[in-house]
Design a protein around this ligand. Structure first.
Ligand code: DGT
Ligand code: CA
Ligand code: CA
Ligand code: ZN
Length: 583
């Protein structure tokens, strides 16, 4: 059992315990343990194998350690099995509905015997939910809207989760000597923010050896279908993986075909047809004038297929970065030879949104700096929360000024060029005012403005709050501008056109928050912002050192949004960026 599976099981146990009304202290220990285990550099399984004491790890107590031992030993938790004798596991799906916590879900189950999303939908539509205490018509409507989000989150996983799965699959498949080459195609390769299933392509002469090896992957729960060169499996987490074994001479054609997107491929096929060719997952073929294969297609040799490059080339097209293959503008730009030179992680020079132990971060300024140096950054801004965020122990003016003094001292004391900027993530209050006074904000190097409260206000109000922050002379950037959480929470109701116009007018920057649950702005917004000439800042919003690596999720999304190094403010030196924001 890998760390992800252990963490997920602990979270499910905590959810089920809360659902059945257990001691909240226990729950917090399990949730916290899950959080720690998910990011552990070592596998819990091997720690146990080598008889290490798990309780020496930060955040893992005796209770969690025992559960880990039981999971690794038996693959399950007896306590969970006991609960599941009285409660169907599908109630966990209810918790994916935004706004439905374990307590409310328990009310639905106890009062209306609602066990799953379908039953919940029916009960909402019959107006039964609004009759429950603490629910009401508005809540019922919100639940109904949230069911779609919950259903989607069952079907599509975050790209970052798919990426972890990909790493485990790669490691497993590495053990199969019959494999010459292996690629994950589909939406995963295109870097889409959520992935519906994984499409695995393997080049090998021995398909049966590959399929047998694949079938031994320990997360598989069932084989959906298996043929001579194809196999589809379902994993324990319900996720599907499709494997195809293809011959070397077709590998490029198959990779192109299964990378998609469908719409991109429709255009590629059209292009082939117009120049008298036919393309499929096996290669590119000549056709007669009517577009029919000249002879038996299986006999006829393909004119391209070994690599993606040659497939595109015989069609008179350049190779497209997978992130661009969405049938948006890529063919038009290829025509005028102006495909963007997409940004890479190596282009990044700074990270301008992160937290420390002063608020809800786990590491000190010094530790964040060391982490940033290791990652070859040249500057970072410390942007802890402001006082309105009481839950995170947000900073008032006094504490903030003291932090800035410490940062000044730190910069003076270090002798290389690395720079720590005095920043703040200042809340935009419900009434539209900034959480800290202008005379304090004026002393910052970098001011991030965020909206964390009053997210359900009507469109005009939310939009005006953000426009007000943009107009504030000391604000540098709006963080996670739409507030969405993928598969969890819709964006707030905000007029993004107005935001783009105001940002362009006031010379303010907008964030692409790299947290894999946020990715906010999303790809289509990035394209729009670029059109308005608004520089984008790709930040991690790290709450611990390892969070600095989330930058790669932001980079993926940035590439889907056509961004080049020129479009990204923190791909420049701080000196250039400083003049960009007029400080
Ligand atoms: P997903 O899995 O929903 O996140 O999205 P994709 O893009 O990975 O879609 P998927 O797994 O259904 O198929 C992978 C690629 O294979 C897709 O992007 C294009 C290609 N493909 C699959 N089925 C068809 C089809 O019926 N027609 C065409 N033209 N292409 C297909
Ligand atoms: Ca797929
Ligand atoms: Ca698929
Ligand atoms: Zn933040």
């Amino acid at each position: 059992m890998n760390n992800d599976q252990i963490a997920k099981t602990l979270e499910q146990l905590a959810d089920l315990l809360e659902f059945t009304g257990s001691n909240p202290f226990r729950l917090r220990a399990y949730r916290n343990g899950a959080w720690v285990i998910r990011d552990l550099p070592q596998a819990v399984e091997s720690l146990i194998e080598s008889e290490s004491d798990l309780t020496t790890l930060d955040g893992i107590g005796k209770g969690v350690a025992e559960k880990c031992h039981e999971l690794v030993r038996s693959g399950k938790l007896s306590q969970m099995d006991e609960i599941l004798e009285t409660v169907p596991k599908t109630v966990l799906d209810l918790l994916n509905v935004p706004g439905l916590g374990p307590k409310k879900a328990a009310t639905l189950y106890n009062e209306l015997h609602i066990e799953n999303l379908d039953m919940l939908k029916a009960a909402c539509e019959a107006n039964q939910v609004q009759t429950l205490p603490k629910f009401g018509a508005k809540t019922e409507q919100a639940i109904l809207e949230g069911i779609a989000i919950a259903a989607a989150s069952n079907e599509r996983i975050l790209w970052a989760s798919a990426d972890k799965l990909v790493a485990r699959l790669r490691e497993h498949m590495d053990g199969c000597p019959a494999i010459t080459r292996l690629e994950f195609a589909g939406s995963y390769r295109r870097g889409k923010e959520t992935v519906g299933d994984l499409d695995l392509l393997v080049d090998s002469r021995d398909a049966s050896a590959v399929m047998e090896h694949f079938g031994n992957f320990d997360e598989i729960s069932s084989v959906i279908a298996a043929g001579e060169t194809k196999m589809s499996v379902r994993l324990e987490n319900e996720f599907q993986v499709d494997l195809r074994v293809v011959p070397a001479e077709s590998f490029g054609a198959a990779l192109q075909y299964f990378t998609g997107s469908k719409d991109h491929n429709v255009q590629v096929r059209g292009r082939a047809k117009r120049i008298g060719l036919r393309i499929n997952e096996w290669g590119v073929f000549k056709t007669d004038v009517d577009g029919q294969p000249i002879e038996d297609a299986n006999q006829q040799p393909s004119i391209a297929g070994k690599t993606e490059e040659e497939v595109y080339q015989v069609l008179g097209l350049p190779w497209f970065e997978p992130e661009l293959r969405e049938a948006r503008k890529e063919f038009e730009l290829a025509e005028s030879q102006s495909l963007p030179d997409l940004i890479t992680r190596e282009d990044m020079q700074g990270d301008l949104h992160m937290h420390t132990v002063a608020t809800d971060g786990k590491n000190t300024i010094e530790e964040m700096v060391a982490g940033a140096r290791e990652r070859r950054l040249k500057y970072i801004a410390i942007t802890d929360h402001s006082k309105r965020v009481t839950m995170a122990n947000g900073l008032n003016s006094e504490r903030l000024l003291a932090q800035w003094k410490a940062i000044d001292d730190f910069n003076t004391a270090t002798d290389d060029d690395f720079l720590v900027l005095k920043g703040i993530e200042c809340d935009i209050l419900e009434n539209g005012e900034m959480d800290l006074p202008d005379d304090v904000l004026a002393q910052a190097d970098w001011v991030v403005a965020s909206l964390h409260y009053g997210q359900k206000q009507p469109r005009d109000q939310i939009t005006n709050r953000i426009l007000g922050a943009i107009a504030n002379p000391y604000v540098s950037m709006i963080a996670h501008p739409t507030g969405r959480l993928i598969n969890k929470r819709k964006p707030y109701d905000v007029d993004m056109d107005a935001v783009f116009q105001a940002a362009a007018e006031h010379g303010k920057l907008l964030e692409l928050n790299s947290n894999p649950r946020r990715l906010d702005l999303h790809d289509a917004h990035l394209i729009a912002a670029k059109k308005h000439g608004i520089p984008i800042v790709i930040n991690t919003d790290a709450h611990k050192v390892a969070g600095l690596d989330d930058i790669r999720f932001g980079i993926k999304q940035a590439r889907r949004g056509y961004l080049t190094a020129v479009d990204v403010a923190n791909a420049r030196s701080w000196k250039e960026l400083k003049s960009l924001i007029g400080r």
